[in-house]
Ligand binder design. Structure first.
Ligand SMILES: *[C@@H]1O[C@H](CO)[C@@H](O)[C@H](O)[C@H]1NC(C)=O
Ligand SMILES: *[C@@H]1O[C@H](CO)[C@@H](O)[C@H](O)[C@H]1NC(C)=O
Ligand SMILES: *[C@@H]1O[C@H](CO)[C@@H](O)[C@H](O)[C@H]1NC(C)=O
Length: 530
């Protein structure tokens, strides 16, 4: 027993020495649901490399299971254990996502999302106060001397804790509400002429009218739609830090931004040296399927299978919608594996099997996978890119419409509107991606781009987190834009100054001309008189 323990300690030490040459302490401010699945992969890799990882977790978490034994340490936030309030929040969201969002236009949906996030502010405030205003937990965190914090900025507070503890931090995100967080707080340039506004659903090559639309969307996201209740958080951060600051300014202190996309997904765009695009870091080769599932998949013969999941958030649809979907699925020659927890639709065909849960990555990586019907979550899209499977997108909320728009523009997906679709629409979309070879070819092209990278996305993410630990930050990558006001950033002061110079010059020249003309005029007249 004892020797075993010692051997593992020695191994661990060696790993630290041989690996990064440094064993660090990492504090994590995560976000629940699918975001956690993504960040967990990074954290597990960090522990594998000998770092000590501690996750600050709410006692009301849904999928962050802090009671299970794990290589990660969990520090449960000492907040009131109000599981009911938390469950209500989630249920409201599920209802919003499955039943309300799809019936709204994009703009209305964005507004609705903002309303929902504002409602959450009170809950997040309690969570944040339970950490930053609890002397005993802050002392414990301070005494641990963390080397870096890894933060999912969707829930505010992480960067505030990092500032209070004076620990450098790394952000990990896909984007947040219209991309304003990375654009304004991270200073990521986004010229509206060829960088489509996030959530706008536009491609990068835009016609004049699309550019008008994109400009309007950018303005809308810049001025009307806020990802956070910033009035509230600006005040909260200023009070906690004891100096005037804003949420955005504090977020802008991130040393590195790990973005959950890559050039297989993104349109080419300008980026900054402290932005690292690590999309698909959770992807891995497929494992064999459970025996029964494998038999079902094999029974599809040469037609292959369709994988169908609306993600972990949407459990059931209205009966009408479920029937409509099931009847479309019943008409294709492929077998369908549908992850669905609701009541069994009456129109369910013999070719369709319902599952509470599916090993999505293993199914998409199966040679018989022909198409993927998806709500368009980033994790699922990346699994499809990784394995080169064309998609039918039924996006609902958040980043999903945007993800599907990218895949559509790259020719690897067809979009169906979950709200207005008929059985025939879904059927046609499925037939298109399965039977038209261009979709498979494009999906395979994206897959090749994804696999052919100098360093794997997970290794790059880990490298930069370790870099920040080793060097106590990455200040050499930080653009000076953070120290400029908005009019300095756009050089409006310089342009104004130069215009003033030109105006003065023109004024002086005209004045001189007029003066000398008058003088010449007078002398001319004088001469005449003489
Ligand atoms: C502060 O945190 C500790 C755990 O670190 C907890 O025991 C204590 O109840 C908390 N205090 C308050 C006022 O919530
Ligand atoms: C989903 O299921 C829950 C119970 O599991 C039910 O209360 C709710 O009404 C269902 N929603 C829809 C849209 O069918
Ligand atoms: C930028 O501003 C920060 C504080 O806001 C300051 O510490 C830093 O020295 C400034 N950097 C430059 C180059 O002026």
């Amino acid at each position: 027993m004892v020797t075993g323990k010692w051997i593992s300690v020695i191994l661990l030490l060696q790993l630290c020495n041989a690996g990064s040459g440094f064993c660090g302490k990492v504090l994590v401010w995560p976000c629940d649901m699918s975001h956690w699945l993504n960040i967990k992969i990074i954290l597990e890799k960090l522990t594998e490399r000998g770092h000590e990882v501690t996750v600050l977790v709410s006692p009301n978490s849904f999928i962050i299971d802090y009671s299970k034994p794990s290589t990660l340490n969990f520090e449960v936030i000492p907040m009131p254990q109000d599981g009911e309030a938390a469950a209500n929040i989630l249920n409201d969201f599920l209802d919003l996502a499955a039943n309300v969002m799809p019936t709204l236009s994009r703009w209305q949906a964005a507004r609705k999302m903002q309303e929902y996030i504002f409602q959450l502010t009170g809950y997040f405030k309690i969570m944040c106060e339970s950490v930053v205003y609890n002397q005993s937990i802050m002392k414990k965190l301070r005494d641990t001397n963390y080397h870096v914090m890894v933060i999912d900025p969707v829930v505010p507070c992480g960067e505030l804790i990092a500032e209070l503890l004076q620990v450098p931090f790394v952000h990990t995100l896909r984007f947040f509400m219209g991309g304003t967080v990375e654009k304004y707080c991270g200073k990521l340039p986004a010229p509206p002429s060829y960088v489509p506004a996030v959530m706008g659903g536009l491609p990068d090559r835009m016609t004049f009218l699309e550019r008008v639309n994109n400009m309007m969307l950018s303005i809308f996201f810049d001025f009307w739609l806020q990802p956070y209740d910033s009035h509230f958080w600006d005040r909260f951060y200023s009070e906690a830090l004891g100096r005037p600051t804003t949420l955005c300014e504090t977020m802008g202190k991130a040393e590195i931004w790990l973005m959950r996309t890559y050039w297989d997904f993104e349109f080419p765009r300008p980026y900054l040296p402290n932005f690292e695009f690590v999309g698909g870091l959770h992807c891995k080769p497929a494992k064999p399927l459970p025996k029964e599932m494998e038999e079902f998949v094999q029974s599809s013969g040469e037609h292959g299978v369709v994988v169908f999941s609306l993600g972990s958030m949407v459990k059931n649809l209205t009966e009408e919608k479920a029937n409509l979907i099931a009847s479309a699925l019943a008409q294709i020659p492929q077998k369908v594996l549908w992850r669905y927890k609701g009541k069994k639709p009456t129109t369910l065909g013999a070719n369709t099997q319902l599952y509470d849960w599916i090993p999505q990555n293993d199914l998409l990586g199966h040679p018989k996978a022909k198409a993927f019907i998806t709500h368009g979550g980033t994790n699922g899209i990346y699994e499809a890119i990784y394995h080169g499977v064309p998609m039918v997108g039924v996006p609902m909320f958040a980043d999903q419409p945007d993800n599907i728009a990218h895949m559509k523009a790259k020719g690897a997906a067809v979009e169906v509107n979950i709200n207005t679709m008929t059985s025939a629409d879904l059927l046609n979309a499925l037939k298109t991606v399965i039977n038209e070879p261009s979709y498979k070819e494009n999906a395979m092209r994206l897959s090749r781009i994804h696999h052919d990278q100098p360093v794997k996305p997970l290794d790059r993410a880990v490298f930069w987190i370790e870099f920040v630990m080793r060097h106590k930050g990455a200040k050499h990558l930080r653009p000076a834009a953070h120290n400029l006001t908005w009019f300095q950033y756009h050089s409006l002061d310089v342009i104004g100054f130069l215009l003033a110079c030109v105006a003065t010059a023109i004024f002086l020249v005209t004045k001189c001309c007029l003066f000398s003309c008058r003088k010449f005029g007078k002398t001319g007249k004088k001469k005449k008189r003489e």
